[in-house]
Design a protein around this ligand. Structure first.
Ligand code: NOJ
Length: 764
C-alpha cells in the first residue's frame, strides 16, 4: 500500500479526550459502558459481528505499518471505512490519538485500533537485552522491567507489544538469541510469564497495561545453522518437550496474542500450520486470544514454495487459524474473492475476527481509546532508570577472576586505563531492537567510572579500535602506553548492536575485528587486565579468557550500563548473573546445551582423548569410541547456569522429604547453601532433575527450579524446592503428557554441573 503524506488539522486531543470517550461510550449504548466486563464481552462480540460488513471484518484482520507521525489520505480513508484493525510502528502520540479518533468516531462500528510496536527490552529507557535479563534469574525484576516498558510505551499510545520472544534456542550463531531467554524451556516459561505479567498487569484494561504477544509460534529458534529465517525440522516429541512449553505457560498466564513464526516447520511454514494453531493452540490449550502473522509471513508462503500465489496463501493462513495479517494485504485482497467462491465461509471469518474484538474489549479500548501522556509517569524517570540499572547489574556474569583481581579497590587506585570501542558508546551498549531507545540518556561505563571515582583516580581513555569490527591497529601503541602508565586496565570490547538481532546471524562467534589482538597487547604490559564484554550472544571466549585476568560478560546492558558495570567492578554489588545459555569452546560444537541426551557412548574424562594426545598411527580406537569432538572435547567453555561471585558458596546436605513418593504427592528437595567468603552476595540456587529410564530418552539434566538468595559472609540458608508429578511429566512416544513411576535423580547447586545429588522413587 502506498500512502501520501498529508497534513491533517490537529485537534487539541487532551481537551477533547473526555468528551470523545463519552461519545464513544454512548455510541456503544448505555448497556455497553462496561464493555470490558467479562460477562458482557462475548455478548458485545456477537453484537458487533452482527452489525459488521464482510469488509469491516476483513479489516479487523488487517494490520498495516504506520506512516511515522503522519496520516496519509489512503490510511485515513482505510481507518474511517473500517478496513484496518491495527497499525504497527506509530509512536507519535498525537498521530495515534488522531488515528483512534478516525476509527472510533468515523468508522461504521467505532472499533478502536490496536497499536503494535516491538517493545522488546524497554522503550525510551532501554533495559538489558532479553538474554541479559534471563541472566539475572530474577523473574520479579524482569516483571518490573516489563512494567516500566509498558508504562513508557503506553504513554506514547502503544497498546500492544510484540514481546516476549520465547523461542528456545541452542544456537548462538542465531542473531535473535539476543531477544530470547536462552536455551532452556523453564527459563523461557518463567521469564515469558514475568514479562507478560509486567506488560498486561493485573488486567488488560488497567491504566498502563498493554497487550503482550508471545512469539514466534513455533520452533523459530531451531533455524538451521543459526541462519535467520532458515528451515526447522523438529520432531513432534522434541517440539512438545522443548519448544512448546514456554508458549503453554504463556497461554496459561493469559497472554493476549501469539505471533506466528517466519520459519518452515517440518515442511509447513508456521503461518499456514494448522497443527500449531488449530490443534495445539486452540484445541489442546484452549487459547482465546488471537494470532498475528509475522511481517509479510502470509505473503511469503508462496516464496517458501507452499502455495502458488497470494490467493492460496491467504486461504492457507486463514484456514490454519491466523487471525490477523501483519504488513501485507493478502487477506484484504483475497478473502472477499475466496468468500464469494465459497472456498472460505463467513463462519470462519467470524471465528477469526471474534478474538480480535474480544481482545479490544478486554483491553477497555472501547471506553478508553485515547492516550494522555500526562497521566503516565515521565519517560526515563529515576524509578525507571533504577529498574534498568538493577536489571543490568544482576545480569552481569563473572566468568573469570584470577588472583581476585576484582573487585577493584578505589582507595588503592591512583590511575586507570579505560580502553575499547565500547567504553564510551551510548548507542552500542543498548543492543538490538531499540527503535524508541534514547542514546542521549545512556550512561556509559566511562561516564560512570568518572563519576564514581571523582578526582582521586586519573583515567586515561582510549577507544583503541573505532568499532568492534575494526582491524586498524593504529591506536594500539597509545593504548599500550596508557595501560603502562596506569595501575589497572579496563577493556570494553564485544559486539556492536548491529551484530546481533533479526537477520544478524554470525558463523564465527569469536570477538570480532582486532579486539583479541588489542587485549593481548594490553596484557603484555603486565598490568592487571579486566575485560568487560558487551555482546548479543555467547561468544567463543577461550583465547579472550586466556588474555585477561578477569572477565565480565555484560550482554548489551542498555541505558544504565555504566553505573551497573561500575558497581560490579568496584564491589558495590557482587556479580550474581548466571549464564542462561551454554558458552561453547568452538563454534563447531554448536548446538551444545546442558539438557542434551546421554547417547549410548557418552564421553568421560577417562575415555576422552584430545587430538593433541593421540600419537601418530594410533589405531581406529584412538578416540575411545565416545561422543566428542577430537579438538573441542565434549564440554563447553562455560556451562549453563555458571557465574562466579566475589565470594564462594558451598553446598551441602541435600535431603528429600521422602525417598519414595506416591504419584499424587509432592516431594521437597532441600539443600544448604553457605556463603563461605568474605563479602555479602547473591547466589542463584538451581535444581536439576534426571529421569534415567523412560519411555523416550530424557535429557541428562533438566532445570526444574531456582531461587536467588542473598547471604552475608558466613551465613547459611536452607533452600527447598517442591516437585510434583507435573514437574516430572514429559511427552512420550504417544505424544501424551505423562509422568512415569520410577527413580529420579536430583541435583542442587550453583550451575548445571552441580554434583550434590539425591535419588527418589516415584511410585504408582
Ligand atoms: C519481524 C519480527 O520477526 C517480529 O518479531 C517483529 O515483531 C515484527 N517484524 C514486527 O516488527
Amino acid at each position: 500500500m502506498h500512502f501520501h503524506r498529508v497534513d491533517l488539522l490537529m485537534c487539541t486531543l487532551r481537551l477533547h479526550g473526555t468528551l470523545v470517550a463519552l461519545a464513544a461510550a454512548m455510541f456503544l449504548g448505555a448497556g455497553s459502558l462496561m464493555a470490558s466486563d467479562p460477562d458482557r464481552v462475548d455478548e458485545r462480540v456477537r453484537e458487533l459481528l452482527g452489525r459488521m460488513t464482510v469488509a469491516e471484518k476483513i479489516g479487523q484482520m488487517t494490520q498495516v505499518n504506520g506512516a511515522g507521525g503522519s496520516i496519509p489520505d489512503e490510511l485515513a480513508e482505510a481507518v474511517k471505512t473500517g478496513r484496518i484493525g491495527s497499525i504497527l510502528n506509530e509512536v507519535d502520540v498525537d498521530t495515534v490519538n488522531r488515528l483512534q479518533r478516525l476509527a472510533v468516531e468515523e468508522s461504521p462500528n467505532g472499533i478502536p485500533l490496536l497499536m503494535g510496536r516491538d517493545v522488546i527490552h524497554g522503550f525510551k529507557t532501554v533495559l538489558p537485552i532479553p538474554l541479559g535479563q534471563a541472566a539475572t534469574w530474577n523473574p520479579d525484576l524482569v516483571r518490573r522491567g516489563a512494567r516500566v516498558a509498558a508504562l513508557e510505551a503506553a504513554s506514547a499510545g502503544v497498546n500492544w507489544s510484540f514481546a516476549p520472544m520465547i523461542d528456545v534456542t541452542r544456537d548462538p550463531r542465531w542473531g535473535r538469541i539476543a531477544e530470547s531467554f536462552g536455551e532452556d524451556p523453564l527459563l523461557h516459561s518463567v521469564f515469558g510469564v514475568a514479562m507478560i505479567e509486567g506488560f498486561q498487569g493485573e488486567h488488560l484494561s488497567e491504566h498502563g497495561s498493554i497487550a503482550a504477544c508471545a512469539k514466534h509460534f513455533a520452533g523459530y529458534g531451531a533455524s538451521e545453522s543459526g541462519r535467520d529465517y532458515n528451515t526447522t525440522n523438529i520432531p513432534e516429541n522434541e517440539l512438545r518437550n522443548v519448544y512448546l512449553p514456554p508458549f503453554k505457560a504463556s497461554v496459561d498466564a493469559g497472554v493476549a496474542t501469539i505471533m506466528a513464526s517466519f520459519s518452515d516447520l517440518d515442511g509447513v511454514p508456521a503461518s499456514a500450520n494448522a497443527f500449531l494453531f488449530r490443534q495445539i493452540l486452540r484445541e489442546e490449550w484452549g487459547f482465546e486470544g488471537f494470532v498475528v502473522s509475522d511481517w509479510a509471513s502470509i505473503e511469503q508462503l508462496s516464496i517458501h514454495g507452499l502455495t502458488a500465489n497470494d490467493r492460496e496463501s491467504a486461504h492457507a493462513a486463514v484456514t490454519a487459524g491466523v487471525n490477523m495479517e501483519m504488513a501485507t494485504s493478502t487477506y484484504a485482497d483475497h478473502l472477499p474473492g475466496l468468500l464469494q467462491a465459497g472456498e472460505v465461509d463467513l463462519e470462519l471469518i467470524d471465528e477469526m475476527v471474534a478474538p480480535i474484538l474480544r481482545t479490544k474489549l478486554e483491553m477497555g479500548l472501547f471506553e478508553n481509546p485515547y492516550t494522555d501522556p500526562e497521566s503516565f509517569p515521565a519517560m526515563s524517570n529515576p524509578d525507571h532508570l533504577a529498574v534498568a540499572r538493577e536489571l543490568a547489574e544482576q545480569s552481569i556474569v563473572l566468568l573469570k577472576n584470577d588472583d581476585r583481581v576484582l573487585p577493584l579497590d578505589r582507595e588503592k587506585l591512583t590511575s586507570l586505563a579505560v580502553i575499547g570501542p565500547l567504553a564510551d558508546d551510548g548507542y552500542e551498549q543498548l543492543g538490538t531492537w531499540i527503535f524508541d531507545g534514547d542514546e542521549t540518556i545512556s550512561q556509559t561505563p566511562l561516564q560512570a567510572l568518572r563519576e564514581f571515582l571523582g578526582e582521586s583516580v586519573s583515567i586515561r581513555h582510549l577507544r583503541g579500535l573505532e568499532t568492534t569490527r575494526s582491524r586498524d591497529t593504529a591506536e594500539f601503541e597509545k593504548a599500550v602506553s596508557a595501560a603502562t602508565e596506569s595501575d589497572a586496565v579496563l577493556v570494553f570490547v564485544g559486539e556492536e548492536s548491529i551484530l546481533s538481532g533479526e537477520a544478524h546471524s554470525r558463523a564465527d562467534i569469536g570477538l570480532p575485528g582486532a579486539q583479541l589482538d588489542l587485549l593481548r597487547r594490553l596484557g603484555e604490559t603486565g598490568k592487571p587486565v579486566i575485560t568487560v564484554i558487551m555482546a548479543g550472544r555467547p561468544l567463543t571466549l577461550g583465547e579472550t579468557a586466556d588474555a585477561t585476568d578477569a572477565l565480565l560478560f555484560a550482554w548489551h546492558p542498555g541505558t544504565m550500563a555504566g553505573p551497573a558495570i561500575t558497581n560490579v567492578l568496584f564491589g558495590v554489588e557482587a556479580p550474581s548473573g548466571k549464564l542462561p545459555v551454554t558458552f561453547p569452546r568452538m563454534v563447531g560444537q554448536v548446538p551444545i546445551y546442558y539438557a542434551h541426551k546421554n547417547t549410548g557412548k557418552p564421553a568421560t574424562p577417562e575415555t576422552f582423548r584430545h587430538i593433541d594426545d593421540i600419537p601418530a598411527r594410533m589405531p581406529q580406537t584412538s578416540s575411545g569410541f565416545v561422543s566428542s569432538h577430537l579438538d573441542a572435547g565434549y564440554t563447553p567453555l562455560y556451562p549453563f547456569g555458571f557465574g562466579l561471585s566475589y565470594t564462594e558458596f558451598e553446598y551441602s546436605d541435600i535431603r528429600l522429604s521422602d525417598e519414595r513418593v506416591p504419584m499424587g504427592e509432592s516431594i521437597t528437595v532441600t539443600a544448604t547453601v553457605q556463603n563461605v567468603g568474605e563479602v555479602e552476595a547473591e547466589e542463584v540456587v538451581q535444581l536439576y532433575v534426571r529421569d534415567p529410564a523412560a519411555n523416550v530418552t530424557r535429557p541428562v539434566r533438566e532445570l526444574k527450579g531456582f531461587e536467588r538468595v542473598r547471604l552475608r559472609p558466613g551465613e547459611r540458608r536452607e533452600v527447598s524446592f517442591e516437585l510434583t508429578a507435573a514437574d516430572l511429566a514429559f511427552y512420550g512416544r504417544d505424544m501424551r503428557l505423562t509422568t512415569e513411576p520410577g527413580s529420579f535423580h536430583v541435583w542442587v547447586g550453583g550451575d548445571s554441573n552441580a554434583d550434590l545429588r539425591a535419588t527418589f522413587t516415584l511410585s504408582e
